[in-house]
Design a binder for this molecule. Sequence first.
Ligand code: NAP
Ligand code: HSE
Length: 431
Amino acid sequence: MNAIRLGLAGFGTVGSGLAKILAMNADRIEARLGRSIEIRSVLVRDLQKKRAFDPGPAATFTDDPAALVNDPDVDIVVELMGGLDTARRLILDAFKAGKHVVTANKHLLAEHGLELFEAASASGVGLMFEASCAGGIPVVQTLKESLAGDRITNLLGIMNGTANYILSEMTTKGMDFASALKAAQELGYAEADPTFDIEGLDTAHKLCVLIRMAYGVDYPLSEIPVQGITSVTPMDIEFAREFGYRIKLLAHVVEKDGRLEAGVHPALVPYTYLLARVGGNYNAVRLEGNAVGPIMLHGQGAGDLPTGSAVLADIMNLGRRLGSCEAPDNTGFGNRPLGRADIVPPEQSKSSYYLRFTVADRTGVMAAITRSMADHGISIAQAVQKGEAGAEGIPLVMISHETRAKDMEAMIAEVNAMDFAVKPCVQFRIL
Ligand code: NAP
Ligand code: HSE
């Protein structure tokens, strides 16, 4: 039989990772599909750039998106460029041309996913995106197929390889933040703009995509409270260690009486938990279904081969459908329009907190802070003051009992405004 022919938009980390796997596992792919897969056309920005890997003998390079999408020799369009505008246009044009699309672009899906689902459905073609969430971990397919009949009660995960790599390197090797980020970029884990990784936005994009798969509703990106890892210092990592925790960037969604509460935050995770042991570029997603119970998925969340593996799974899935008239179920909910989630307002969410105040070392400071906490109904579980006083102030660390986010924010604003506060209070949740 003829080969399945790919139009590959993007030949960077993931695009070249896919090409490597197609070459490395060609026999196995053909044994499963009864057909080979070849890259026919490759869209890049810079045609002069020297490529470290050859996409294969059938491939030609172009810098014209229309040429790739309208190439009659392309069966499936694979979008691995990233970004919003060009990628969105390319995918919509591919649907119009009647072509299935595979993408790893979680940013695009989070921002324009509903439009893309609708357009794919109108054209009767597939839109698959396993690689968009947690790299090589098959979490999209797990939610869409394996747990299709379960009611998902909660999902908790480490879903950004770059942030996890940075926190792991800081924790285990004492590396500084900037050097760890640079290493993650060199390893191909980071987004083109790494702000998305370190400010928690990439994790929020993935959470937005997974909520649709888990609950069949849209939880708008703008409604997800997001806190990144840029305020995590070696001092916080050390304090967390002393209290028996590791700091991880977590995404969570929980269903409470039919309403959803979601968020992305750095959190102190008890070091005995499996999530605390997830290191380097690895991700982990803990799902709980009302029938299956808890499930933990663990694997590499970023990088060329792990992500390429997820892209290839989608290509093979769609490759089996080529020539079929049956429209694929892209959302896992029969392609019906996804309604808006019923959302618990973030200020009502509750958690225990780690608080690090930086204060002048003088009489009455502890009393003033504890008074403010008491006034806002916040109860203290532990408190530690350490180090030498100086112009930089002294760290005063507290662990609170469970508190409403709204009360915690009000207390922190009050204390930050007190005259002994040298720097704003740093706060992280505790799992
Ligand atoms: P990358 O290394 O920066 O590669 C991007 C590729 O797209 C490059 O080949 C670039 O061309 C091409 N490109 C970008 N904008 C273009 C445009 N406007 N027109 C034509 N070509 C364009 O990115 P990546 O890390 O492979 O990531 C690709 C996608 O996968 C992103 O959506 C990312 O979020 C997602 N993703 C990445 C990972 C990962 O581990 N890296 C994991 C999961 C998902 P040039 O080569 O000529 O510059
Ligand atoms: N930049 C992303 C990460 C790539 O570090 O997790 C995988 O989505």
